[in-house]
Design a protein around this ligand. Sequence first.
Ligand SMILES: Nc1ncnc2c1ncn2[C@@H]1O[C@H](COP(=O)(O)OP(=O)(O)O)[C@@H](O)[C@H]1O
Ligand SMILES: [Mg+2]
Length: 260
Amino acid sequence: MGKITEALKKAAQERLAHIEKKTAGIERDFVVKRMGDSKIDPHIVTFFDTRSPISEQYRILKTNILSLKTNNRSKVFVISSSIHSEGKTVTALNLAITLARDLDNKKVLLVDADMRKGKVAKYLNIQPESGLSDLLTNDIAFESSVFNFGVSNLDVIAAGKIPHNPAELLASNKMKNLIAAFRTKYDYILFDAPPVIPLTDPQVLGAQSDGVFLVVQAGRTQRGALAHAQSLLLQAEAKILGFILTGIRYHIPEYIYRYL
Ligand SMILES: Nc1ncnc2c1ncn2[C@@H]1O[C@H](COP(=O)(O)OP(=O)(O)O)[C@@H](O)[C@H]1O
Ligand SMILES: [Mg+2]
């Protein structure tokens, strides 16, 4: 073996030993963990750690969203997916926090529009007295249902009490007026919606929005299901703006992704 080859081999072995040493005992940031004594769910990574590689992925998503051109000054987006439990609520919360934190003082509103199984309040560990369903069934100003959990520029409206007719409520004039009222106060309005295939709610909501993002869970969402969800949204004349992949498994040490 030549001297150069030997030197290269030695350097490669040293590099490998260094990587192994650095990785040993490292708690990967891809593993969600509870931070401090906050009651907020650790899945809401962006709330706890802006430097995490996961937070960086949300910033990339935010940058893509900022580059979208829409006719309206304020933007109404719907987060949905083909079926249940694909990560819609976790995505909506993390995205809302990222938009509120990184934008130049832009106001963001996250609305839990999953009136059957709304989980925004659960992830934030709060017990609001009213939410979207209450705003749609009573004559109350939306401001009375708004709460803030410590991220400035981000307001949240929970799902409210479970109504018997969520899709009808979303299609009502009251909903149209509510969206118009949101637009006067916020730059970005995100609706955390239920899934498309079992329910018409996302179609109704999607048609009233500037567009829908479909969450796709890696290794679980079937191509056929996704295609079906897309066609349902298109039938309703909702615009599909993009897809957000969740549940990716990384096998590379976290520090390789970390740049800052
Ligand atoms: N980006 C993600 N990567 C990995 N797992 C996720 C992600 N988002 C959510 N999950 C997991 O999926 C579960 C359901 O997430 P959730 O956002 O409540 O789903 P949905 O709102 O679509 O019903 C969470 O408890 C979490 O364990
Ligand atoms: Mg949800």
